[in-house]
Design a protein around this ligand. Sequence first.
Ligand SMILES: CC(C)(COP(=O)(O)OP(=O)(O)OC[C@H]1O[C@@H](n2cnc3c(N)ncnc32)[C@H](O)[C@@H]1OP(=O)(O)O)[C@@H](O)C(=O)NCCC(=O)NCCSC(=O)CCS(=O)O
Length: 169
Amino acid sequence: MRLPADALLGDEGRGFHMMMSVLDKGRVGIAALAVGIGQAGLEAAVDYAAQRKQFKRPIAEFQGVQWLLADMAVDVEAARLLVHSAATKIDRGEDATRACSMAKRFAGDMAVARSADAVQVFGGSGYIRGFEVERLYRDAKITQIYEGTNQIQRMIIARELIKNGARAA
Ligand SMILES: CC(C)(COP(=O)(O)OP(=O)(O)OC[C@H]1O[C@@H](n2cnc3c(N)ncnc32)[C@H](O)[C@@H]1OP(=O)(O)O)[C@@H](O)C(=O)NCCC(=O)NCCSC(=O)CCS(=O)O
């Protein structure tokens, strides 16, 4: 099929580059989704730990549960800051490829690990369909897959390091 010359989008021969830069923007979007999943899991886990009692005390008073909650909060916040950093680069028109892949790699892996922790805080009930944390755990998994798997993101980060050096960008 032949199209008229004015149907051309962007510059001739640059289609792959354009597609790749669109993926950069998509990846920071997936990372933001992963942050939302992590945050929702954290809030659900904190609320549940405060009201669920074992041995006559809320489970939030047990150190083992506190450590889970603290690590969840730290990782969600770190992922959020990576997302902000990558999105700021895009807004400023800077090269954001490495930052977007770093945000997606970290946030996707964080969402899977930390929503698993949320299920852990809920115990057996967290595994039951209908409980929010069960859905969050399933939803988290796809963020490691679409818009380029997290294995691809590692490849991109390594290529960027080799091409541009390892200094903080
Ligand atoms: C695997 C890839 C990272 C790399 O692919 P290549 O090795 O084939 O290409 P490169 O040599 O790295 O680059 C070729 C060319 O493009 C330029 N480039 C590369 N990245 C960018 C970028 N981010 N912005 C602008 N330009 C870019 C690069 O400089 C080279 O230019 P020159 O030739 O030197 O001029 C890549 O193929 C990749 O990221 N693959 C994953 C794709 C992906 O994310 N797919 C998922 C989308 S669909 C979905 O998620 C649904 C999932 S589902 O299961 O339903």
